[in-house]
Design a binder for this molecule. Structure first.
Ligand code: MF3
Ligand code: CO
Ligand code: CO
Length: 258
């Protein structure tokens, strides 16, 4: 790894580990009957206790520390009084900001017992993200990431959301490039050592179309069918890649206990 991006990688790893630690922390409390505000508070406190800031809080007027997106919510659900029900699937998305660098990650959680279809959607979404991470190196193109995800998802009868994408991340929360989760191999910019960005595919059970509710944030599927998402922050090395937001506790995807 070049000296020039050693510091960027070290600081992103530190922020990323705090973000993934926040997700580890909430795993045990996600049960039927709790409200999403409670999850938000735990994320906020964990991030603060680790000397970091929660990047979503007040970002472009966003009111909370994390996004919690249940069932047909695609992304940017706002934590509040909503109570989790048995059978819900939820995404929790957290971003820690520490020493001027960001780490951004999200996972799905099962609330009680969920349907086989929901489990299949969640597993497909996770695996689509991981398939695209496995191919990362300095010689591939952004389009290779998108096409890998899109092919994986569509082969299994689901659809990939177009309206939101991954993003460069670093000293800024969102920066170039846009990392599309669909596309064609060999298209788009070539990856370069030192690049840091997120991969965060949203996968729908039905059609890929979304709309944003009147709160200005909550994005939902137009057909009201389920949607799932995972997110990692990754970096391109001279040789291969690094994932900065892995769980230290092996809690990367559900079910988290057996
Ligand atoms: N964490 C989200 C992402 O993956 C962004 C959330 S912005 C917010 O890019 F304002 F909604 F929090
Ligand atoms: Co992101
Ligand atoms: Co995120």
């Amino acid at each position: 790894m070049g000296k020039d991006f050693q510091e960027a990688f070290d600081k992103t790893r530190e922020a990323g580990t705090i973000a993934s630690g926040a997700l580890d922390e909430i795993t045990k409390i996600i049960k039927p009957g709790i409200n999403t505000k409670k999850i938000d508070t735990i994320c906020y406190e964990f991030i603060n206790d680790n000397g970091a800031y929660s990047a979503p809080l007040y970002y472009r007027g966003y009111p909370k520390s994390c996004c919690i997106s249940a069932n047909h919510i695609v992304c940017h659900g706002i934590p509040g009084d909503k109570v989790l029900n048995d059978g819900d699937i939820i995404n929790v998305d957290v971003t820690a900001y520490k020493n001027n660098w960001h780490g951004d990650t999200s996972r799905m959680f099962f609330v009680g017992e969920v349907s086989i279809k929901a489990k299949n959607l969640v597993q497909t979404t996770y695996q689509a993200m991981m398939e695209s991470i496995k191919i990362l190196n300095k010689d591939i193109f952004l389009g290779d990431i998108g096409s890998t995800i899109q092919n994986y998802v569509e082969k299994r009868g689901f659809s990939i959301v177009r309206d939101f994408c991954g993003h460069g991340i670093g000293k800024k929360f969102h920066e170039d490039p846009n990392v599309l989760h669909y596309g064609k191999k060999g298209t788009g910019a070539k990856l370069e050592p030192g690049m840091i960005f997120t991969i965060e595919p949203m996968v729908n059970e039905g059609n890929y179309e979304t709309k944003v509710l009147n709160d200005g944030w909550t994005a939902v599927t137009k057909d009201k069918k389920l949607s799932a998402q995972f997110e990692h922050t990754v970096g391109i090395k001279n040789d291969g890649y690094e994932v900065f937001t892995l769980s230290n506790k092996g809690l990367d995807f559900p079910p988290y206990s057996s």
